[in-house]
Design a binder for this molecule. Structure first.
Ligand code: PCA
Length: 220
């Protein structure tokens, strides 16, 4: 069944790049547009496989796990929209909590439930976020380290990803939040720039084994 739903690109080295469907009344989600734009492209010897996750608690993680089994990627990057942010946000940490300020696309609105009942409180990204941030900024694309992916479906998926990868040695993964598209409101970033930025971030992640030591902290 899965093989029919996700038929392409099951040979060779792959990176899995996910985006979400629109949520909260929006008709587009830039995270999915970026993933689609990069689908099939070669980056540092890897083929990008794009997949859409539903903005739905639990179901999103189930779909992500199916994708991991089906594609057996070398690296996973999940993207999500973060309206109000001006830069590509390289997420540092996923926390074991669901606390939804609005309903997901199936009307679920969990409050203070764990993502994984017996999981640790948090996981760190295993991507070289400092090196990625540097590479992006050097290319003139606004990027920042983010200390929280929120408590909605993006954090949920990020935590679910890292929880799944904790049992898969050598498979790295992380999460990047992206700004609105210009049509959605301000601050925004043009789609072409976000696509270029995510491509560059993937290239950096695939070619950087050890992250660089570079200030990226926040006071609050
Ligand atoms: N952004 C939401 C969920 C889906 C998306 O693209 C979030 O930041 O949690």
């Amino acid at each position: 069944m899965v093989a029919r739903k996700h038929p392409q690109y099951t040979h060779g080295l792959r990176v899995l790049l996910t985006g979400f469907d629109p949520f909260g009344g929006d008709t587009v989600n830039p995270s999915w547009q970026i993933a689609q734009a990069l689908h099939g492209r070669q980056v540092a010897g890897h083929r990008v496989v794009a997949a859409q996750l539903p903005t739905v608690f639990d179901e999103s993680i189930e779909e992500l796990k199916r994708l991991l089994v089906h594609y057996r990627p070398s690296l996973v990057l999940c993207l999500g929209q973060a309206g109000g942010r001006a830069a590509l946000s390289l997420e540092r940490v996923a926390i074991n909590i669901n606390d939804a300020r609005m309903a997901d696309n199936q009307g679920q609105q969990p409050v203070d439930t764990p993502v994984a009942a017996h999981g640790p409180s948090a996981y760190f990204s295993t991507l070289p976020i400092k090196a990625m941030c540097l590479a992006l900024n050097q290319a003139g694309i606004s990027a920042e380290i983010s200390q929280t992916a929120g408590t909605f479906v993006c954090n949920h998926v990020f935590y679910g990803l890292m929880h799944a990868l904790a049992r898969r040695k050598g498979l790295r993964g992380g999460f990047v939040h992206v700004p609105w598209l210009p049509d959605q409101g301000e601050p925004s970033m043009p789609l072409a720039q976000m696509v270029q930025g995510v491509r560059l971030a993937l290239h950096c992640a695939l070619t950087t084994a050890q992250d660089v030591s570079l200030g990226g902290g926040a006071i609050s």
